[in-house]
Design a protein around this ligand. Structure first.
Ligand code: ZN
Length: 239
């Protein structure tokens, strides 16, 4: 089975469309939360994911946008984008977002936005943090988002290895791992192209992919919507 894994779409419909078109065909679509927030098309993105039959988990921006998480811990730009989103969410979008669980186990994978032990807030950015999360999931593998940086952690001979995707498929056969596909809608690793991951569950290997999309179009929509300029500028930098 070919599984497309996406995270942190952040209301960026052109980036999502590019990823889905370029990685097709796939048998399943899994998302790791932060479907909304930051970007200009929250309802369109939710509708597209619902239409594609995506299954996944909620992120901190999703929870805040449906009023189930306080925005006290958000920075000013993130908070104003969450408020903007909350005002515009249609009932069907709110319902879909509110129905996303914090964690999900599916096909040997645990899905969580931040980390399995703290799905809302923790960033898995180091081998130490990855190791600290091994006891928090019982499946062989865990998929996380939240950092907006594609990364892999796998346990090899009891050592936690941290790897940046290098264009080659990564074998996970017989190992435990934590994997981050990177962000579709707001990459932060210096590459502005949308990021996503494919799992080949027969070979038990994963590959990371980058896809160009019309960044200017999204920036124009954000500026027209009055979203913070800093949020639209950062898209072209991938930071
Ligand atoms: Zn995010």
């Amino acid at each position: 089975m070919r599984i497309c894994v996406i995270s942190d779409v952040h209301s960026n419909l052109p980036a999502l469309e590019s990823v889905l078109n370029s990685l097709a065909p796939f048998d399943a679509l899994w998302h790791l939360g932060d479907v909304v927030g930051y970007g200009p098309q929250p309802n369109e993105v939710v509708a597209r994911l619902a239409d594609a039959g995506a299954v996944g988990v909620r992120g901190n921006h999703d929870a805040a946008a449906v009023g189930e998480l306080s925005t006290d811990a958000f920075n000013d730009d993130a908070r104003s984008a969450v408020d903007w989103t909350a005002e515009r969410l249609e009932a069907s979008s709110r319902e879909w977002l509110a129905a996303q669980p914090e964690r999900l186990e599916i096909g040997g994978f645990t899905l969580a936005h931040g980390s399995p032990r703290d799905p809302t807030w923790e960033y898995v950015f180091s081998a130490g943090v990855a190791r600290g999360n091994l006891d928090a999931f019982t499946t062989p593998h865990c998929l996380v988002g939240h950092t907006h940086v594609p990364l892999a952690f796998r346990v090899v001979e009891r050592r936690m290895e941290m790897l940046s995707p290098n264009g080659q498929p990564l074998s996970l056969d017989g190992l435990r791992s934590l994997l981050n596909p990177g962000s579709v809608g707001q990459p932060r690793d210096g590459d502005p192209r949308a990021a996503a991951m494919l799992i080949d569950s027969a070979a038990m290997s994963v590959s990371w992919h980058r896809v160009e999309y019309d960044i200017r179009r999204v920036q124009r929509l954000m500026d027209a919507a009055g979203l913070p300029r800093r949020l639209s500028r950062r898209l072209q930098l991938g930071l």
